[in-house]
Write a protein of this length. Sequence first.
Length: 568
Amino acid sequence: MSLISSNPALGALTREWQLLMVYAFTFAGKPHPFLASIGCATCFIVSRYWLRRAYLQLRGRGPIKSIQQLYEYVRKTLYGWFLELPFVAQKVSTEVSGSLEKVAEKLLPSCEVQRYTKLPQTGWELERVESEIDKLAAMEHVRWEDGRVSGAVYHGGRDLTELQTKTYGVFAVANPIHPDVFPAVRKMEAEIVSMVLSLFNAPDGSAGVCTSGGTESILSACFAARERARMERGIRKPEMIIPVTAHPAFRKAGHYFNIKVHEVECPAPTYRADTRAVARLINSNTALIVGSAPNFPHGVVDNITELSRIALRNRVGLHVDCCLGSFLLPFLSQAGFETEPFDFRLPGVVSISCDTHKYGFAPKGSSVVLYRSSKLRSYQYYIEPDWCGGLYVSPGMMGSRPGALIAGCWASMMSQGQSGYLEACRQIVGSAKKIETALRSKPFATHVQVIGKPLVSVVAFTSKSLNIWAVADEMSGRGWHLNAMQNPPAIHIAVTMPVAKVDDQLLQDLAEVVQEEVAKLEKRRLEGSKEEGTPGDSVALYGVAGSLPSKGVVVKLANGYLDTLYRT
């Protein structure tokens, strides 16, 4: 009985029908014709279900890739079982605990910092609060102000920060859920959406919503695609096709909204989504396909033009994730840089996510999701007409929202204007091109290789001869906070305004670190040694944990890391 109940093809059958089927096959003597017919029908349904799955798998992945996937699944499953053995689990737990203590040492404040775990009995005087705020602001941190951090902080300058601070103070209590109480915030949100739509060449009737960040914009677009597929096409088991380089928010959307996610490879040398694989994976349950402009790991823009053709040909929607490209990609052509089609001018594009808090220089917590039509936008709405508290309506997942962030975004966009964003594009993309050119030239080109063809602000590079993660750790030792990548091992540099001002120093330090690693490699070769010493943070995480068949250990570390963030 348990085998039948666990079969996904029989999940819709009631327990009573399952019992009838069992009796049809176990009844002593000749089974009743009615029960036998039920059994035959069930066998037909099960066979059809699995045959269809096998057909779609072979059509989408091919026999060789399907066998590889089955092998990887079995390998990960067996390794997972091995890690659950008592003596192994205890050893893993000990190692994970030790690693997490090292994480805590880096993240938690020193003993000199006073900790507050309960409300003060009496409220502090303003002077004391301000004094404590000053101490917290002075805590030791990576110097993003000096351009030492790749990405993370998309700073538009001190004057803009002061404007945002003033604006936040004016609208600190504003909440867009009450547009009648805060009409100015409603006006600003509508204008933000309209201005961003115009940047992406949206047609008449297009629409959008302000969100809390790129993740919410992506979640909203995926949810709207799921609801559209359900309402217009009757799809009950929606699927989505994404490049392996797509932002994890798409996988999160699949997890949250029960959308099956198919990943397609982004093979060298272009590292773009394999459009032929995308076309093969589309079936009657496909609700959305995805392209990045650009992707986060390598800064590569997928072939959005071809993805648009595929979307139109198969009558599915294409979402373009332009969170990172945001206010740079629309200005590339005007700034004199090479560009590619990526926006609503391509008819297959039905939605776009754009982060205003990245290269739009708005305060953190600000993004926009755009739709080709207001009807598409309506699929992300939530409306509750029967609540005893009255009619409840919300444009997205959040109810109350910080109106001050919307006001800060509006102020930032109006302050920058097209000329401001155009100049920022020239500086930031110009710096990225400078870094890319240096990496493709000697002395770098002998030892490192730029990944793909970056068009915007991110430049990623790998190495066939050096341990690239060791390079990342050595750069960290020099005060640089670069991003380590995996699959393939790589480093990426996301240029911001602060980084653009110190790109010469960055390249100088990187050249010295690469030469040091080359010298170490040569020394080990002469000594006939493969020993590389104690692995650094990046090597330990990606080189050791990343090579495990099962990611269970990595998940334990990540869980512990998140728990550590909430330790006082």
